[in-house]
Design a protein around this ligand. Structure first.
Ligand code: ATP
Length: 366
């Protein structure tokens, strides 16, 4: 069942369209992540669900009721902001209890809910402290606790981890995932960080310039990006792209440019045949390029000789920045595979894992 439904939603600020024709059903109990670069309209979308902004056009419903004209406090949602927005003069307990007091819950019920949330978030020992006596991570937990005590139908998170340092962010991310498993409440989460999106989302909505690019689970998004933008946005390092032509020789299709001449696998030919003689964009992820020395299968027609420009040891793996003619690309190879800078090496392109995009529309061809 759809817990939140956005139907043909637009949001315009003066001459800027922040969100354009947004259509989405957010399912009951799912963890949905909105991700995209700065300014793509994700916060605006979240704020419209919360009722902090009204859509210029379109319809928003929560639990089956259209809420366009319903004020935020009557929407049965709870929002956790990036800056936590805690009341500095109140203790942790009071911060969490405040919303319930306003809603005239009994003192006993408030106490029960605050203690239960404190327990879930392991902040029982800080209940009498004020926000400034807490670390960033502890403040973040209080902000989440304040949302939990409300027992809302939907949690909305706006970049809740971006003020934390990298290591703690990973820990809090895992805790939020566990919290969702425990509460099973619908969560809508905004981030610009694709790793965060991939690790938390049941489904991920990738946005660009106010428009949805693709809605899918993390693995489909990675393996079957709908267009070049999604392919480049999801994954680190970003997918390698290069322009070239599709050419037919002896009943085989090839991707050809000044540096490459790669045979295209048979299963891709039906989609690519109409592009014969035309320009396309070829995409391959760094981990799908292997050093020939360590490759198990070494097809000649997928072998590329290139010069090593930079060697970047990452610990668990090594990134090789490579150059052939004036085409640059990155390969992710084993940690102990460290060729010399300037050396020429042979690489195998795993062509079955490659992607082709229309040069004009940038939509995926195959
Ligand atoms: P970020 O990650 O930087 O927060 P975002 O994807 O959340 O970006 P939004 O904050 O939703 O993007 O903004 C989308 C667009 O709408 C941007 O171009 C922004 O400048 C514009 N915008 C947002 N709020 C307003 C406003 N109140 N008045 C005018 N323009 C706005």
């Amino acid at each position: 069942m759809a817990q939140v439904r956005l139907k043909n939603v637009f949001k315009q600020f003066q001459d800027v369209y922040a969100v354009r024709d947004f259509n989405l059903d957010i399912l009951t109990g799912e963890f949905l992540v909105l991700v995209g670069p700065s300014g793509c309209g994700k916060t605006t979308t979240l704020r419209m669900i919360a009722g902090l902004e009204g859509p210029t056009a379109g319809e928003i419903s929560i639990s089956g009721n259209i809420v366009n004209d319903v004020p935020p406090k009557e929407r049965n949602i709870a929002m956790v902001f990036q800056n936590y927005a805690l009341y500095p003069h109140m203790t942790v307990y009071e911060n969490m209890a405040f919303g319930l007091k306003l809603r005239r819950f009994s003192r006993r019920e408030i106490d029960r809910r605050v203690k239960e949330a404190a327990d879930i978030l392991s902040i029982q020992d800080y209940l009498s402290r004020r926000p400034k006596q807490l670390s960033g991570g502890q403040r973040q937990r209080v902000a989440v606790g304040r949302a939990i005590v409300r027992k809302p139908a939907v949690f909305l998170f706006d970049e809740p981890l971006s003020n934390l340092d990298a290591k703690f962010r990973v820990q809090m991310r895992a805790e939020l995932g566990k919290l969702h498993d425990r509460l099973k409440t619908t969560m809508v989460y905004v981030t610009h960080d694709q790793t965060e999106a991939m690790s938390l989302g049941d489904r991920i909505v990738v946005m660009k310039d106010g428009v949805i690019q693709q809605v899918a689970g993390p693995i489909s998004l990675y393996d079957q990006p709908a267009n070049k933008f999604v392919a480049g946005f999801i994954g680190s390092p970003p997918m390698n792209f290069m322009e070239g032509d599709i050419q037919e020789k002896n009943k085989h299709l090839y991707f050809v440019n000044q540096a490459f001449n790669l045979e295209i696998p048979r299963e891709m030919t039906p989609n690519l045949l109409p592009y014969t003689g035309q320009k396309v964009v070829f995409g391959i992820r760094a981990e799908d390029i292997y050093d020939k020395l360590f490759a198990t299968i070494k097809p000649k027609e997928h072998t590329v000789k290139a010069r090593v420009d930079i060697v970047e040891p990452m610990g668990a793996e090594t990134f090789l920045y490579l150059k052939k003619e004036d085409v640059s690309f990155i390969a992710k190879v084993g940690a102990h595979n460290k060729p010399e800078t300037g050396q020429s090496i042979e690489l195998i392109f795993d062509m079955k894992k490659t992607h082709f995009f229309d040069n004009q529309s940038e939509e995926t061809i195959v």
